[in-house]
Each structure stands twice: as C-alpha cells, then as structure tokens.
Design a protein around this ligand. Structure first.
Ligand SMILES: [Fe+2]
Ligand SMILES: [Fe+2]
Length: 403
C-alpha cells in the first residue's frame, strides 16, 4: 500500500522548523509521498497578519518544488465551514482507499489528542506520526501512546526529534520590522515573501483603509460619506501631484469629517472634556459650533477611536475647516480637497472648475482662493467669520495673483 505522510498547519509562513519536520518524517517513516496541507485562512484575520490561502499555497509550492515526493494538498482550503482533522482524513481516505495516511503532529498536540474532535475517526483513517517536539519526555509519550492504542486503536509512530524553536509569529514580526529572515525560512519562501510584500506594513495600511471606510459608512449620513470618499480620492490625486504621502492623504481624507455626525452639545462636551478651546461664538451658536468644532473633535476621535497615531494626519483633520498660516503639505491637500472634491456643487468665486484646475498646479494659490471664497460667502450671508480663517487668508494672500 502507498504511504503518504501529511503535515498540516497554517504555514503562516512555512519556516525552517517545518522543513526539519518534513526531512525527519521522510527519513524515519520513509513514506512514498509527503503532503503539506495548509489550513483555511480565518475570515476575520487581516491580510497583514495572515497571508491569503493563495500566498500560503504558493510559498509551500516554492519549497516543495525542490523535492520529487513533497506535494501541496489543498483539500482543507476547499472544504465548507470549520474544518476538523477527522472530516479531512475521512474525506482523503474515501478518495484514496488504498493509501495509508500518516498524520504528523507535535507532542503538545498529542498530549491533547483525546480532546480533539472525533479522535477515533482520525485513527480509523490514518496513523499518527508524533514529534517529541517540546519538553514532554519520550517516556511520557510512550505511556500516552499505549493508553490511546487501547482506547482508540490505530498505529502511532513516535519520532524522537525536536525541531528548531522557530515560530511563524516571530517570522512575521521580523518582516514587519524590516529585519532579515534569512536562515529562518527556506530560501524560496523568503524570496516569495519579499517579492510579494507579504506581512509588510503597507498591507497593514491597506487593511486599515478598508476598515476605516467601513467605519465611516456606518458613522456618517450617506451624502457625508460620499463627500468623505470624494475628499479621500481627491487628496490622493493631489498627493500624487505634489509628492505627499498618499496613504496618509487617504486616511486623513476618509476621516476628516468623522465628527460631522455629532450635534453641537456633544461637540462642546467633548471639547470641554479634552481641553479643546471653545470660542464664545461656538459656545452660543449651534450652527457655528457644528461648522467649526467638528474638525477639532474629528482629530480627537481619529486619535482615540480610530487609533491614528500620525500627528500629520491628525493636524490635517484638525485644521481642515479654517486652515492656519504655514500649513503642512498634507494639511493644504485635505483643506483644498474638502473644497473641490467631486460631489461639491456650491458656487464660489472663481468657480469650482477653476479651483479644481488651480489645485493641480498651485496648491498655495488654491488655499488662498478657497479661503477667500469661504470668507466672502460667510461675510455676504452676514454670518460670523472665524478669526482663524482670516489669519489663513492673510497669510496665503501672498500667493494670490492671476488665475
Ligand atoms: Fe469638515
Ligand atoms: Fe468635509
């Protein structure tokens, strides 16, 4: 009968410890083939922590390529719902009735084997290969083996070998910190991780972005959410033009109005609790409070609720309504993107189309004209003009000129 050893696991990623187990199992058990069987990616795990099914299969294949008897088996990736080893082994045995499967596990798993889901079914469909991989003595494993032989029947092979103490978590941490993983994972796996940016910080940011968009969709009214997406998109375009950090622009863009759903009382309360200045006009007039405090409170929520630690992003949110002299590039980008994003329809001088073109060629001039349009509009309506807006206007007036 054909004998196939199976090493299952998350392989997130596969490392040298796994390679040693594979080598040892081939040497001691002498199977005809050895199958690597990756487990399904849990749906709630983000990609920067848990590589996709495809990436983990590709990493295993890159390794298995060097051997004529090592293969990747994707059975568990195609099974519905939660996968139990008992079900997997039953399925494999049904498909290969003339094969003896040897399921490989570590000593720590073996100690708990009787608590696994239907261990008797596993033993009816496979033999067990046990690595004495932790501090559990071989004697203790022998006693347990005899006990299980009586209780469950089946065949148990104890492989007296302790693989190197390497964990996938450790590999992922090293990659995240930009450190070398040479010698800790097979070379081809390392190349795959490097070439495909697996476990890298930018994957984390991509995940954060998806999460923040979903949070904003829940928190904001549909029209405000559409506006926020517009600001995000426009901010990225401007970041591209002016060489700013596109990821920061995206995050600041999607979050800039994150406090816009709060009413005046709530905004004032949050300001008072967090030592944020509330001007007398913002204290007295709800409309003014809502128009002006949402940016300051937005920066507070971005930091405390949405866990944004980057001060540049927080400042861009804080100053997005009234600006300030000497704004950073990111602040200017969010300030202008808020004014010109595609869902905006308000009339302004010199007109939105002109402003949209101006933003692409001269961001400082765009800041000036956006501020001027806001101040003119508010004055025309006879409403309160925020002194910070006037400061911004005065400072950026040096950039006015022909348009
Ligand atoms: Fe806003
Ligand atoms: Fe906005």
């Amino acid at each position: 009968m054909k004998r196939i050893a199976i090493l299952g696991g998350s392989f997130n990623p596969m490392h040298i410890g796994h390679a040693e187990m594979i080598e040892k199992a081939r040497e001691i058990l002498k199977p005809d083939e050895l199958w690597l069987m990756p487990a399904k990616k849990p749906p709630h795990k983000p990609a920067y922590e848990y590589a996709s099914n495809t990436d983990r299969v590709e990493m295993l294949k890159a390794y298995a390529d060097d051997f004529s008897d090592v293969f990747v088996n994707e059975t568990e990736l195609t099974m519905e719902g939660f996968t139990y080893t008992a079900n997997t082994m039953q399925l494999l045995k049904e498909g290969h009735p003339d094969t003896v499967f040897i399921f490989l596990i570590g000593a720590d798993s073996f100690v708990n084997f009787h608590n696994w889901y239907k261990p008797d079914i596993i033993m009816q469909n496979a033999e067990l290969g046990i690595f004495s991989r932790n501090e559990t003595g071989t004697d203790e494993l022998e006693i347990l083996k005899e006990k299980l032989e009586k209780e469950l029947g089946g065949v148990y092979h104890i492989i007296d070998y302790k693989p190197s103490d390497i964990s996938s978590t450790m590999i992922r941490e090293l990659v995240k910190e930009g450190k070398s993983i040479e010698g800790l994972v097979p070379d081809k796996v390392r190349t795959y991780i490097e070439n495909n940016n697996i476990y890298k910080e930018d994957r984390r940011l991509a995940y954060e972005k998806e999460k923040l968009i979903a949070e904003m969709e829940k928190a904001l009214k549909p029209s405000r959410f559409a506006h926020s997406l517009g600001v995000m998109k426009t901010a990225v375009e401007l970041a591209e033009i002016y060489g700013a950090d596109k990821e920061k622009a995206e995050i600041a863009g999607i979050l800039h109005d994150c406090a816009k759903n709060l009413d005046a009382d709530k905004l004032r309360n949050l300001c008072d609790q967090n030592n944020i200045e509330v001007l007398p006009e913002e204290r007295e007039d709800d409309n003014i409070a809502e128009a002006l405090l949402h940016s300051k409170v937005g920066a507070l929520l971005a930091k405390n609720i949405y866990e944004i630690k980057d001060q540049e992003i927080l400042d861009a949110i804080y100053y997005h309504t009234v600006g300030r002299p000497e704004m950073s590039l990111l602040e200017k980008i969010i300030y202008v993107a808020d004014f010109i994003e595609p869902t905006r329809t308000q009339n302004c001088k010199p007109g939105l189309d002109v402003m949209r073109e101006l933003a692409k060629t001269d961001i400082d001039k765009a800041v000036y004209y956006a501020t001027k349009a806001t101040v003119d509009y508010v004055s025309f309506k006879g409403r309160y003009v925020n002194p910070c807006s006037l400061n911004t206007l005065n400072y950026y007036s040096r950039y006015k000129g022909e348009i």
